[in-house]
Each structure stands twice: as structure tokens, then as C-alpha cells.
Design a protein around this ligand. Structure first.
Ligand code: GDP
Ligand code: MG
Length: 435
């Protein structure tokens, strides 16, 4: 997710790290690179301009605080302005009728299923229904999804979409559900008839939310479509789907600033579990190559005992992360699910993900190699000389270059962790290191 941006930002910052002072030239060079990255990612032009202006004013308008490197100072400003542009605080879904609108094929029906499951898991009661009756298959699709995630499906009752919506709302009120997720018909293009239908449904059910579902792969055109929907029916939030694909990130960065509507969730796959709340600060961290520590930690907490997590976290902060910890980390990660998705959240790994493409097999190999080391070697990898490497390779059924690769990867991780530790400019509470 967002690999392109992450890569470009890390390039810009790695050059910046050499700077001794915050000069006009340093700032201009960095901002030029960031600007190209943003435009290439299809960020709205006006949004990009505003963002760059704010960063420039901040870094040129104040002195570098003592003890902060020029790079840390600028990265911090970029980070905080990025969070601000992406959307500041995260916003929840209000209870009541939630209307889903958008073009056909963007993922409305799928998103309703995912959200129903998510809301149900968090203890809310949910029902779903559809007014997309022009295509019988569409109603079927939602009925099946509802069955799969285990929430009631309200059969559409009435002659028109407006009647159906009204009847479903009455039933939801009677049954006292917290959320009624209401699917609507989409079209391949915006048309007046569709807008009118949605407007009338909205009038009939006074929804607590009107959620626009947008395909993140569509970039600028989706922003214009969202604008048209917003002008016509007043959206309250956006769900960005297909963020698992090679979406460049333009929409994620532009929606809030350009339209004033918060992104509430992102879809990250085709399965019903593949949805995440949208946290602007986490997205900014991912883009800046800092990894998405919090989301990773949340997933981790489901499988990792708190004390173990804290143990590793303490070692990272103390700069004492050793191969025992790396092995522990690999075991945790392996027990958490699809590796690519998780790895993208690890600091420093996201941007390189394209090149390394770690698969499950490789992870098993890494673990086998670390297993073949003595506890002393794991705690103090520096003692691993050639004859030890030979023994380790033999013991794990691998080669010396495999062993070298593990040691190199470990060194790289240590470097990133040290860098994170030294990032005093960004307040540490923003990175509650739990893994
Ligand atoms: P609708 O016409 O707006 O209701 O779209 P659907 O919900 O029927 O989804 C269209 C296609 O997009 C389906 O094949 C979904 O599986 C797929 N889809 C939806 N959300 C996501 C997502 O977050 N990631 C991926 N990869 N595919 C998605
Ligand atoms: Mg649909």
C-alpha cells in the first residue's frame, strides 16, 4: 500500500540526512522532490500546493530546536502537516441508517459486508439491506454476504427504492439495531436519475451517515465524482477500497483537504476481514517509511502476550534488539497472517518490499538459521565468524550466503530502529512501540 510514495519520500529524506543546516536550498530541494512524489501519486494539485506551502512556512519560519538535526526538524514538519492534510483525528461511524453510495464496481456491497462484520465484532447490532433492485443479482450478492458474516438481511419490501428504504428503516427501528447499512444502486457514470434516487432515499430515511465508496485505484477522476456526489447529497464520510492494489495514494491524501469529508475506513482486500479504520497519523507514518507500528501492534496484540511485546519493545528502545528478539518477532509475525501485508507495516521495510518479496518459505528459513545458532551467538551476533557461519549453515540446511543474508537483514533492522529511537523531533507517544 502506498509503496510509491513511501519510496519517494525515503529518497528525499535520505538526501536530507546529509544536510548540516536548514537553508533555503535544502528546503527547496526536499520540497521539490516531495512535490514530484505527490503529483506522481495523483494527489490533487491544489492540495499538494497547500501542503508544501505550510511545510515551507514552518521550517523556514522557526529555528531548529536544540538537539534536533535539520533532517529530523524537517521530517517532523512534513509528518505533522501530512497528518493534518490527510485528516487529523480519526472519526467513527455514527449509529443509525448508513447509506452507501458510489459508482458501480467500487466495492459498496463488499464494504457493507466487511463493515457489518467489523461492527458486529465490536459489539454493535447490525442489519443490512439493499435498494439495488434493478439488478436482481445485486440483492442476491448482499443476501449471501449477510449470511456469510452472520447479520440479518432485510428483504427489500415495496415498489420503489425509496419505499424499500423506508420500510427497512421502520423495521430497524422496531428491532432496535444500532446500524442499518443500506446499499444503493451504482452506475458506470454519474447520472441525474441516480442522484435523484439517492436524494429521495436520503430524504425518506434521514441517514446518520452518507458514505461514498471510492476505488483508490482511480485517482483524480474519483475525486471529481466524489465532489459531484457531495454537492448533490452531502456526504459524511468516505471509504477507500482496493488500497491493497497498487493505489498510488492520491485519493487518500486529497479527499479530506479537497472536499472536507473524512475517510473513515479503507478496504485492503477481497475478504470480509479486509477492512481497517482509517487513521491519518498511521498513513502518514507509512508514507514516511516509519511503518505502521500501531496497526501492526494491534494485530500483534491479538496473538502476542502483552509481557512479551513489552519485553521486545523495551529492548528496541534500549538499542539492545538481538537475534533472539528477531526470532521472536519472526515467530509472532508468522502467526499473524499474510506476510506481505504485515511486513509493509514494519519500519523501513515498506519501501523495500517490492525488492525483497519475502515469502513464507524464506521466513521459515530465517527462523531455522537463527535456531541453529547458540544462545550466545543470538545475543551477540558479532562473534559469528566464518567457522560459526559454516556450522550454522550446516545445522539449518542452508548456505553461508543465506546466513549472511539473515545477519545483514538484522543489521538493517537495527539501523532503522536506531533511527526511530533517535527521532526525537517527533514526539515519542505518537509511536507507542509495542513490538
Ligand atoms: P459495488 O458494485 O460497488 O457494490 O462493488 P462490489 O462490492 O460488488 O465489488 C466489486 C469488486 O471489487 C468485487 O470483485 C470485490 O471483491 C472487489 N473489492 C471490493 N473491495 C475491495 C478491496 O478493498 N480490495 C480488493 N482487492 N477488491 C475489492
Ligand atoms: Mg453492489
Amino acid at each position: 500500500m502506498l509503496e510509491l510514495l513511501t519510496e519517494k519520500f525515503s529518497n528525499a529524506f535520505s538526501r536530507l540526512r546529509k544536510a548540516r543546516k536548514v537553508t533555503d536550498k535544502v528546503v527547496n530541494d526536499t520540497l521539490r522532490e516531495i512535490k514530484l512524489a505527490l503529483l506522481e501519486a495523483d494527489v490533487d494539485y491544489e492540495v499538494a500546493k497547500k501542503f508544501l506551502k505550510r511545510v515551507r512556512e514552518r521550517v523556514l519560519g522557526s529555528d531548529v530546536p536544540r538537539g534536533l538535526s535539520p533532517a529530523d526538524f524537517i521530517v517532523t514538519a512534513v509528518y505533522e502537516e501530512l497528518v493534518d492534510i490527510i485528516g487529523g483525528e480519526r472519526e467513527d461511524l455514527s449509529r443509525g441508517v448508513v447509506l452507501f453510495v458510489g459508482l458501480q464496481g467500487t466495492g459498496k456491497t463488499t464494504t457493507i459486508g466487511k463493515l457489518a462484520l467489523l461492527l458486529k465484532k465490536s459489539g454493535s447490532t447490525v442489519a443490512v439491506t439493499s435498494t439495488d433492485v434493478r439488478r436482481p443479482a445485486a440483492v442476491d450478492q448482499l443476501r449471501k454476504i449477510a449470511e456469510r458474516v452472520g447479520v440479518p438481511f432485510y428483504e427489500p419490501e415495496g415498489r420503489s427504492p425509496v419505499d424499500m428504504a423506508r420500510a427497512s428503516k421502520e423495521r430497524a427501528l422496531k428491532e432496535g439495531v444500532d446500524y442499518l447499512l443500506l446499499d444503493t444502486a451504482g452506475r458506470l457514470h454519474i447520472d441525474g436519475e441516480l442522484m435523484e434516487e439517492i436524494r429521495r432515499i436520503k430524504e425518506a430515511v434521514s441517514p446518520s451517515e452518507v458514505i461514498y465508496v471510492a476505488d483508490a485505484m482511480q485517482g483524480q477522476t474519483a475525486l471529481e465524482t466524489a465532489r459531484a456526489f457531495h454537492e448533490s447529497v452531502n456526504l459524511t464520510g468516505v471509504v477507500l477500497t482496493k488500497m491493497d492494489g497498487d493505489a498510488r495514494g492520491g485519493l487518500a491524501l486529497s479527499v479530506k483537504e479537497a472536499l472536507g469529508i473524512p475517510i473513515k475506513f479503507i478496504g485492503v482486500g477481497e475478504k470480509m476481514e479486509d477492512i481497517e479504520p482509517f487513521y491519518p497519523d498511521r498513513i502518514a507514518q507509512r508514507i514516511l517509511g516509519l511503518g505502521d507500528i500501531q496497526t501492526l501492534a494491534e494485530k500483534a496484540r491479538e496473538v502476542i502476550p502483552e509481557d512479551k511485546a513489552q519485553h521486545i519493545s523495551a529492548k528496541v528502545m534500549a538499542g539492545e534488539f538481538d537475534l533472539e528478539d528477531l526470532r521472536e518477532l519472526i515467530r509472532m509475525i508468522r502467526s499473524m497472517g499474510p506476510l506481505e501485508k504485515l511486513l509493509a507495516m514494519v519500519p523501513g521495510v515498506g519501501a523495500q518490499l517490492k525488492h525483497i518479496k519475502v515469502d513464507e518459505k524464506q521466513f521459515r528459513k530465517m527462523e531455522a538459521i537463527i535456531n541453529s545458532m547458540t544462545p550466545e551467538e543470538r545475543r551477540n551476533p558479532r562473534i559469528i565468524n566464518m567457522s560459526r557461519k559454516k556450522r550454522i549453515a550446516k545445522g539449518s540446511g542452508t548456505t553461508i550466503s543465506d546466513v549472511n543474508r539473515v545477519l545483514k537483514r538484522y543489521e538493517e533492522m537495527r539501523k532503522v530502529m536506531r533511527k526511530l529511537k533517535g527521532m526525537s523531533g517527533i514526539p515519542v507517544p505518537r509511536f507507542p512501540f509495542r513490538i
